[in-house]
Design a protein around this ligand. Structure first.
Ligand code: 5GP
Length: 197
């Protein structure tokens, strides 16, 4: 039987997704600092190697493929996804939702669209937000200015952005990241409206 449960109304699961180039990383950092409610960022597990500056247990729990698979078998994950088809796995640990609950905050997940769709099944009352780039052209420009990806990767990422945008209307809220302050302000408003319900 499908798993489905919702925590008490004082607790919320907030899911934010945004395609590459949507400016998600900066928005997330600002939200953690400025949101009208305590957001506890759920640290995902991944099999991808750490990038420079990424700290274990902060950016991610960096697991070997064997450890990831073993935890999956032990049902430790709420959802897992192979993101980007690069052979790396990502997953939300059940224990992270519990950590947020015990810290008296709302669980805040920054995960991809596949993971978000799964979380919507498990937590039908979760607050789901899709962060949209203002246009594909802006997205492409942001990806190029980052200077970290090859042309082939950029093309692949843009194709994926296009696919993800098709699923944006499955989220409860869509916020266009045209201007940083505006996007952060809009999401803070969504959170305070939720606090009042
Ligand atoms: P990156 O490798 O750049 O940190 O993340 C790549 C993608 O993986 C991002 O779109 C991010 O939202 C997604 N992601 C990170 N953690 C999880 C997770 O636990 N589950 C899912 N489904 N996606 C995740």
């Amino acid at each position: 039987m499908a798993e489905m449960f919702d925590p008490p109304s004082s607790f919320q699961v907030v899911v934010l997704s945004g395609p590459s180039g949507s400016g998600k990383t900066t928005v997330v950092e600002r939200l953690i600092r400025e949101a009208p409610v305590k957001l506890v960022k759920c640290v995902s597990a991944t099999t991808r190697p750490p990038r420079t500056g990424e700290i274990e247990g902060d950016a991610y729990y960096f697991l070997s493929p064997e450890d990831f698979a073993a935890r999956r078998t032990r049902n430790e994950f709420l959802e897992t996804a192979e993101v980007f088809g690069a052979g790396y796995w990502y997953g939300t640990l059940r224990s992270e939702i519990e950590r947020a609950r015990h810290a008296d905050g709302w669980a805040f997940l920054e995960i991809d669209v596949q993971g978000a769709l799964r979380m919507m099944e498990i937590y039908p009352n979760s607050l789901t937000i899709f962060l949209e780039p203002p246009s594909l052209a802006v997205c492409e420009q942001r990806l190029r200015s980052r200077g970290t990806d090859s042309e082939a990767t950029i093309v692949k990422r843009l194709r994926r952005v296009h696919e993800e945008l098709q699923l944006a209307d499955r989220y409860r809220h869509r916020v266009v990241n045209d201007e940083l302050d505006h996007a952060v302000g809009t999401i803070c408003q969504i959170l305070s409206d939720q606090l009042r319900t």
